[in-house]
Design a protein around this ligand. Structure first.
Ligand code: MLT
Length: 268
């Protein structure tokens, strides 16, 4: 089955997007500071029944970079415009991991008519603490001064479980290569955008679309308790916990996550 990489002009930048398969549209939004490639196992699997649309967000992968701050709302606006360019007329099932989840909340807020359901992986609804914001701004400094190499290796313990790191070291190596090939300005811009993102925790009960939440049992950044609390407040959500994996559940346990997603999509 064919997977196409398309370069599309969107809101003044080049946006690279992988489009695969045929059927109801599933839009997959990657985490920070990665690209659509983190979804490869989901693209390969879901393309049998769905049109999978997996873009590189502004500043990442093969997409154009904006210097300064890229807000989560801007990313959501890019996604909406991209869907228009691709002539996707049906509401989408939007899957987002971590930063992709922050963007999913904005997409729900601004484009509810384009949203059918949500798959939220390893993410949270609240905004950062003051300490969290300061840590992001420190990382911005570091990346702009010393390049992505200065942060790539250090991020891995936060992204992958001990089991994944021990049993599948290539996952970490691929993530490091991906981060190191990302432009420093792209990383800085979305990091600043995340630092000033909105708090959606008070809005969860209004998000009435069906939602599947997926979380790694060893996710340090967005632990299961955080995801379970989000799930409990959303009217139509359920939470699936994947054992022995960390923050990158779809990449660390593709088989289990694909099965959960497939079951959820069939119910939508
Ligand atoms: C991600 O995986 O997208 C990041 O952990 C998001 C964040 O830094 O909050």
């Amino acid at each position: 089955m064919s997977q196409q990489l398309i370069d599309q002009s969107v809101n003044g930048i080049r946006m690279r997007v992988c489009v695969a398969g045929e059927g109801p549209p599933v839009l997959l939004v990657h985490g920070f500071p990665l690209s659509h490639r983190m979804w490869q196992a989901q693209i390969d699997h879901l393309q049998q029944q769905y049109t999978v649309i997996a873009p590189d967000l502004r500043g990442f992968g093969g997409s154009g970079v904006t210097v300064g701050t890229v807000s989560m709302e801007q990313h959501a606006r890019d996604l909406s415009e991209l869907l228009d360019h691709l002539e996707i007329k049906e509401p989408v099932i939007l899957g987002g991991l971590s930063m992709g989840g922050y963007i999913a909340w904005e997409f729900w807020k601004h484009f509810p008519e384009k949203l059918k359901a949500l798959i939220l992986c390893d993410t949270r609804a609240d905004a950062d603490s003051e300490e969290g914001v300061n840590n992001r701004l420190k990382m911005v400094e570091l990346v702009l001064r010393h390049g992505p190499q200065a942060v790539a290796s250090a991020m891995i313990p936060n992204l992958l479980s001990v089991t994944s790191r021990e049993q599948s070291p290539e996952i970490g190596q691929n993530l490091i290569a991906e981060i190191e090939s990302t432009e420093a300005e792209g990383i800085a811009a979305s990091q600043r955008g995340m630092a000033e993102r909105s708090d959606f925790s008070g809005m969860l009960e209004r998000i009435e679309v069906p939602a599947l939440l997926v979380v790694g049992s060893e996710d340090i950044l967005t632990p299961p308790a955080v995801m379970q609390a989000v799930s409990a407040q959303m009217p139509q959500a359920s939470c699936f916990e994947v054992s022995q994996v960390g923050h990158m559940a779809p990449l660390e346990a593709p088989g289990q996550v694909n099965q959960a997603i497939e079951k959820f999509l069939a119910s939508c």
